[in-house]
Design a binder for this molecule. Structure first.
Ligand SMILES: Cc1cc2nc3c(=O)[nH]c(=O)nc-3n(C[C@H](O)[C@H](O)[C@H](O)COP(=O)(O)OP(=O)(O)OC[C@H]3O[C@@H](n4cnc5c(N)ncnc54)[C@H](O)[C@@H]3O)c2cc1C
Ligand code: FES
Ligand code: FES
Length: 468
C-alpha cells in the first residue's frame, strides 16, 4: 500500500509501485489536465509538482510524471493542474492569457505547472523563471509570448520581499487555500508511515529518479519489484567530512546544484548544470543513477571522473570503495556485483587555488545529451600544473579518464606549445565511433576544441596559437 496526497485528497492505493504517476492521475483519478506527449521526459506536457518535507520545511519542485513511479510519490504531495486551479484565473494564468502565451492549449497545463514551480522557489529572477520552463515544449505559440508572461510573473513575485513563497502564493490566490494544511498532513503521514517499507531489498530493481530506467524499460518497470532508493535517508545529503565531500547516492542533480558546498567549490556550477537535461528531469535524476547507467556521455559521470571520485558500494554485509576511474570496465560493464548498491559518492575537496571546467556540446544547447563532453581539474604550484585530471565522454565505449593526457600536464607551464602536445596525446587515448551524434572524425575534432576551451576559460590571458 502506498499513500500520498494528490491535490487536496489522501490517496491510499495498492496499484503496483512501478505504475507511473502520469497513468495513475489520468486513468485512475481521471485528472486529464495532465497531458501525455512524448512519455520520455522530453516535452513537459505531463509536468506535475511534487511537494516534500526536507528538514521540516515543505518544498515544491516540478517533475515529469511520465517518468516518475508512484513508489517515489510515497508520503509526498503530488499537485496536478487541477490542484492549482481555484475559481478564476490566478495571476500566473492571467499573465499567460494576457500575453497570448497559449494557442491550441495542449502544452499550457505543463507550462503553468512549471511556472508555479518557479513561483514556489525562493527566486523571482526572470532568468530563473525562463529556466523553470526549459523542459517544456510548445509547438504552436512561439516562445516570445511565453517569455513575456514569465517577465510579468517575475515582476509580480518581486513584491513578496522576504515572505515565504508558499504563504505568498496562498495569500495572492496563486494556490488554493488547502495548501496551508499540507505540511501538517505530510507530517502526520510520515509518523504513521506505510508510505513504503524496505524489505527483501537485494532482489529488487533499484530505482533512483527513474529518468533512465523508465525511458529504457518502460513496460517492464510497471510491474517490477522495485527498491525506491530516492527516499532512503542514509542515501541523502551532502556533507563535508574533513577534506572530503560525501554525497548520498540519491542526491538529485538539483540538490547538488543548490548545495552551498558545491557552489563554493565550483563557482561556475550553474553554467555546467544548465547543460544537463531540464529542470524537471534534474529534480528527479540522481547522481548514482547517472554513474550506474554508465552511458559514455553521462554528464555527472564525466564531472566526477575528473574529480577522482570514489563510490561506496554496499552489498548488505559488505562495503567497499571503488575509484570511479576503475568502475567502468567495458560498455555498460561495471565493477559492481548484482546486489551492490551505491551508497555514497565521495571526493577530496580540491584546494582553494584549483581550476575546474566542464564543457559539453550537443545538437541542442539544452535538454539534449552530449555529442562530446569533458571536465578538467588542475591544481597549480605557481605557474606550474601540480596535479591534473581530465575526463571525456562520447569518445569511446566508456566514460573516459584520460590518464596519459592528465599525467602529461603535471609539472608543465600551460602554453600554446604545451596545449598542442597535450592535444596529440588526447587523440591517442580516444576511440570514438560514428553515430547519430556525429562522425568519429567530428568527435575527435570536437574533443580537441573542448580541451582548448578548457584552457581558454582557465587561463584567459594565454595565447593559444603556437608561435610559428
Ligand atoms: C529528457 C531526458 C534528458 C536527459 N538529459 C541528460 C543529460 O543532459 N545528461 C545526462 O548525463 N543525462 C541525461 N539524462 C539521463 C538521466 O536523467 C541521468 O542519467 C540521471 O542522472 C539518471 O538518474 P536516475 O536517478 O533517474 O536513474 P534511474 O533511472 O533511477 O537509474 C539508472 C540506473 O542506475 C541504477 N541505480 C540508481 N541508483 C542506484 C544506486 N544507488 N545504486 C546502484 N544502482 C543505482 C538503476 O538500477 C539503473 O540501472 C536525461 C534523461 C531524460 C529522460
Ligand atoms: S509526456 Fe513528454 S515529458 Fe512526459
Ligand atoms: S499552445 Fe499548442 S503546443 Fe503550445
Amino acid at each position: 500500500m502506498i499513500q500520498f496526497l494528490l491535490n487536496d485528497r489522501l490517496i491510499q492505493t495498492a496499484v503496483p509501485a512501478g505504475t507511473l504517476v502520469l497513468d495513475f492521475v489520468r486513468y485512475q483519478q481521471r485528472l486529464t489536465g495532465t497531458k501525455i506527449g512524448c512519455r520520455e521526459g522530453d516535452c513537459g506536457a505531463c509536468t506535475v509538482l511534487i511537494g516534500e518535507l526536507k528538514n521540516g520545511r515543505l518544498f515544491y519542485s516540478s517533475v515529469t510524471s511520465c517518468l516518475m513511479p508512484i513508489g517515489n510519490a510515497a508520503n509526498k504531495h503530488i499537485v496536478t493542474i487541477e490542484g492549482i486551479n481555484a475559481t478564476g484565473l490566478n495571476f500566473l494564468q492571467q499573465a499567460f492569457a494576457d500575453e497570448g502565451a497559449s494557442q491550441c492549449g495542449f502544452c499550457a497545463p505543463g507550462f503553468i505547472v512549471s511556472a508555479t514551480g518557479f513561483a514556489m522557489s525562493s527566486s523571482c529572477n526572470y532568468q530563473d523563471g525562463i529556466d523553470a520552463m526549459n523542459g517544456n515544449i510548445c509547438r504552436c505559440t512561439g516562445y516570445k509570448s511565453i517569455e513575456r508572461a514569465i517577465g510579468t510573473i517575475a515582476g509580480k513575485l518581486e513584491s513578496r520581499g522576504d515572505d515565504d513563497p508558499l504563504s505568498f502564493a496562498i495569500a495572492q490566490e496563486l494556490l488554493p487555500a488547502y495548501f496551508s494544511g499540507i505540511k501538517e498532513r505530510l507530517q502526520s503521514l510520515q509518523v504513521g508511515s506505510n508510505g513504503y517499507t524496505r524489505e527483501a531489498l537485494s532482489t529488487r530493481v533499484v530505482v533512483g529518479g527513474g529518468t533512465d530506467l523508465y525511458v529504457q524499460q518502460h513496460d517492464a518497470m510497471q510491474d517490477a519489484d522495485i527498491r525506491f532508493v530516492i527516499n532512503e535517508a542514509p542515501l541523502k545529503g551532502i556533507l563535508q567530512v574533513g577534506d572530503e565531500c560525501i554525497l548520498g547516492a540519491s542526491v538529485t542533480v538539483s540538490e547538488m546544484l543548490k548545495s552551498p558546498l558545491f557552489l563554493e567549490n565550483f563557482p561556475a556550477l550553474r553554467k555546467y548544470i544548465r547543460l544537463v537535461s531540464s529542470t524537471q528531469i534534474r529534480n528527479m535524476a540522481t547522481i548514482a543513477g547517472n554513474l550506474v547507467n554508465a552511458s559514455p556521455i553521462g554528464d555527472l559521470t564525466i564531472f566526477f571522473l575528473a574529480l577522482d571520485a570514489q563510490v561506496t558500494l554496499s552489498g548488505g554485509d559488505t562495503k567497499r570503495k571503488v575509484p570511479l576511474r576503475q568502475f567502468y570496465k567495458g560498455y555498460k560493464l561495471l565493477e559492481r556485483t548484482e546486489g551492490e548498491v551505491i551508497e555514497q559518492i565521495s571526493f577530496k575537496i580540491p584546494p582553494a587555488n584549483h581550476l575546474f571546467n566542464f564543457e559539453k556540446v550537443s545538437k541542442r544547447t539544452t535538454l539534449d545529451i552530449a555529442s562530446v563532453n569533458t571536465a578538467i581539474l588542475l591544481t597549480m604550484n605557481g605557474n606550474q600544473v601540480a596535479t591534473a585530471g581530465i575526463a571525456a565522454g562520447g569518445v569511446g565505449p566508456i566514460p573516459a579518464y584520460l590518464s596519459a593526457a592528465s599525467a602529461f600536464c603535471v609539472g608543465k607551464d600551460p602554453s600554446a606549445e604545451m596545449l598542442a602536445e597535450l592535444l596529440e596525446i588526447v587523440q591517442t587515448e580516444i576511440a570514438p565511433i560514428s553515430d547519430t551524434r556525429g562522425s568519429a572524425i567530428y568527435k575527435r575534432l570536437l574533443l580537441s576544441q573542448l580541451i582548448k576551451a578548457h584552457f581558454s576559460v582557465l587561463f584567459p590571458g594565454l595565447d593559444l596559437n603556437p608561435s610559428a
